[in-house]
Design a protein around this ligand. Structure first.
Ligand SMILES: C[S@@+](CC[C@H](N)C(=O)[O-])C[C@H]1O[C@@H](n2cnc3c(N)ncnc32)[C@H](O)[C@@H]1O
Length: 233
């Protein structure tokens, strides 16, 4: 029997968390928009499109989505994302040389083995197409916080007292994450022959201050709590 998708039952909590952490969301949305760039006339695939929350802030008519959780994907469809498959990227059958951009916004953090999924994505990209990976890096303050919460099975512990954000990311979703480092993802992509790497980041502040005001997008990947890698086929 197939495992229950990790996000089933969390659709409302997921969106609500971003809406309550409004400034954090704005910072991530700025990064998302910056790295996608002008998508006019392009064919895009969002792997793990979730509820299509980020897509709902851009013109998503040309965005296809893959999403294992029906709860999440049905909201994405209502928001205008064309969900082509309810299932995982591992199970998906993608056309070759078809997309201008394939992106994973936060979804690599729920995948064990990145090599086959990035390989499949690169095959599905046109030559010169972009693979864009946005995530909380394992090595960031957010990554440490989620791993500590996961290993303690609570955020309510003396180690974390007085240093947590007011509304932390739901513990169940932090715990089901497979947090990868940015270097790990770069190595996988380089081994697969991806090129012309660029990096952008946001959420530079420590997590307990992140939601005080929106942050700007900066180049690089070594400081941010949300980092984007752009690589080309
Ligand atoms: C952190 S959420 C991000 C959702 C959405 N992209 C966003 O930014 O709001 C991660 C998403 O990845 C999806 N996901 C998890 N494992 C996946 C897999 N193997 N293939 C495709 N999507 C997956 C989850 O169901 C979830 O919707």
């Amino acid at each position: 029997m197939k495992d229950k998708p990790k996000f089933d039952g969390y659709a409302a909590q997921y969106d609500e968390w971003f809406m309550k952490n409004e400034h954090l969301f704005t910072s991530e949305l700025r990064l998302f928009k910056k790295v996608l760039g002008d998508i006019t006339g392009k064919r895009l695939l969002s792997v793990g499109c979730g509820s299509g929350l980020f897509e709902s802030f851009i013109d998503c008519r040309n965005i296809e989505g893959i999403e294992p959780s029906r709860d999440m994907g049905q909201i994405a469809e209502k928001r205008g994302v064309n969900v082509i498959q309810y299932g995982t990227i591992e199970e998906a059958d993608l056309p070759e040389n078809a997309y201008d951009i394939i992106y994973f916004n936060g979804s690599s953090s729920y995948m064990e083995d990145l090599t086959p999924v990035y390989e499949k994505s690169l095959r599905a990209l046109k030559t010169g197409g972009k693979l864009i990976l946005l995530d909380v890096p394992k090595e960031s303050a957010f990554g440490f916080m989620y791993l500590l919460g996961k290993s303690l099975d609570t955020y309510n512990h003396e180690f974390l007292q007085g240093v947590m954000p007011e509304l932390p990311y739901p513990l169940a979703l932090a715990s089901s994450g497979v947090w990868h480092s940015t270097e790990e993802k770069i190595t996988v992509l380089k081994d697969l022959g991806a090129k012309n790497f660029r990096y952008y980041q946001t959420l530079i502040r420590n997590p307990m201050y992140t939601n005080e005001e929106p942050e700007e997008v900066m180049e690089g990947y070594k400081s941010g709590g949300y980092v984007a890698i752009i690589a080309e086929k």
